[in-house]
Design a protein around this ligand. Sequence first.
Ligand SMILES: NC(=O)c1ccc[n+]([C@@H]2O[C@H](COP(=O)([O-])OP(=O)(O)OC[C@H]3O[C@@H](n4cnc5c(N)ncnc54)[C@H](O)[C@@H]3O)[C@@H](O)[C@H]2O)c1
Length: 345
Amino acid sequence: MARYRTLLLGCGPRATEHAAVYAELPTMELAACCDLLPERVAQFQQSYGIPAGYDDYEKALAEVQPDIVHAVTSPGRRVWEAEVTAAAGVKALVVEKPSAICPSDLAGLRRVMNETGLKIIVNAQRRYFPQFRDGTIRDIVENRLGEVYFVRASSCGNTMGMGPHMMDLLLLFLGEARPEAVWAMAHTIREESYQLSHKAPESIFAQYWFPGGIRAHFDCSPDALGTPGETSFWMHLHFDFLGTKGRLFLTQNKGYWYQSGGMSEPVHGESSWDTQGFAGQRDFTQAVADWLDGGEPHLNRFELHQYSVEALLAAQKSVYEGERVTLPCEFTDEEWLALRERLKG
Ligand SMILES: NC(=O)c1ccc[n+]([C@@H]2O[C@H](COP(=O)([O-])OP(=O)(O)OC[C@H]3O[C@@H](n4cnc5c(N)ncnc54)[C@H](O)[C@@H]3O)[C@@H](O)[C@H]2O)c1
């Protein structure tokens, strides 16, 4: 019998990937789903054999009493979602990225986590792709390239579209490093569907300073260089690491290559959204149960993830101030809103 009962909040396109992996998770049961749109609830119940369906989240929490909730909603009400979830006695809340859009979102999630003990896990699931989870890439960065002095990170989604994934991986590859300072510039606010919920500059270019003298250029923009051979905006995601003795080029979907002094040709390894995406989401989800069972803390726990949000917001603070800022920095919702108005032009 399943040990953990789950409630799925939000039955939109992304939720299909959360639901699909349950067929391979014998200790976890997708007990109910909830969406404001009844037709989405009905479709999910039918597609995934989910016994109960709701259009009211608090009613669903009260009746289902789940152990775990997946909030696969667009950003905007994450703090409220966390508050009512914690109040219902849920043990773990998976929230989709971006976990936070503005400074008060970040502060609010920290408060709920600290005050209630709710385990909050952010769905930056690439950490469960094998080469990231087993430390292969981190080992290359730490041990095969000499002293890493420069990183170029590039993706074509907006700051809060692909930025959370790219920053999450960058911090992972640098050994959960936290940037010391950032200088950034940004342009364009759009207010159509996706851009309206993922409120952020469409284009941001930031230079981060990390401990050890590592500089990272972080380019998150439809205009970014992009990854050769990719067409969808979210498939453009790659990193270049330069060290005193070698170089690593890593793409989200076409593999990675590294070469160090003394090697006659680069080593190529697998990195593939196409072949690793499903298993990554499944293992991410299993890891929630494992953590509740007293096992390894989840790799995407908010305790760690909060620093990637802090870094993305600090870049926006730098744009607001028009100068380099050191982290952690004070950034208010009023400043964040003023920047947004200014970038609307
Ligand atoms: N991790 C990844 O690789 C990845 C990939 C794609 C999208 N995402 C993220 O997933 C999130 C969701 O994306 P989407 O395209 O499915 O969004 P969406 O807006 O299309 O779907 C969200 C659903 O949640 C429902 N909802 C919102 N608030 C609700 C509430 N209070 N009660 C009940 N239902 C509610 C909406 O009615 C909607 O059907 C976004 O934040 C997006 O950035 C992550």
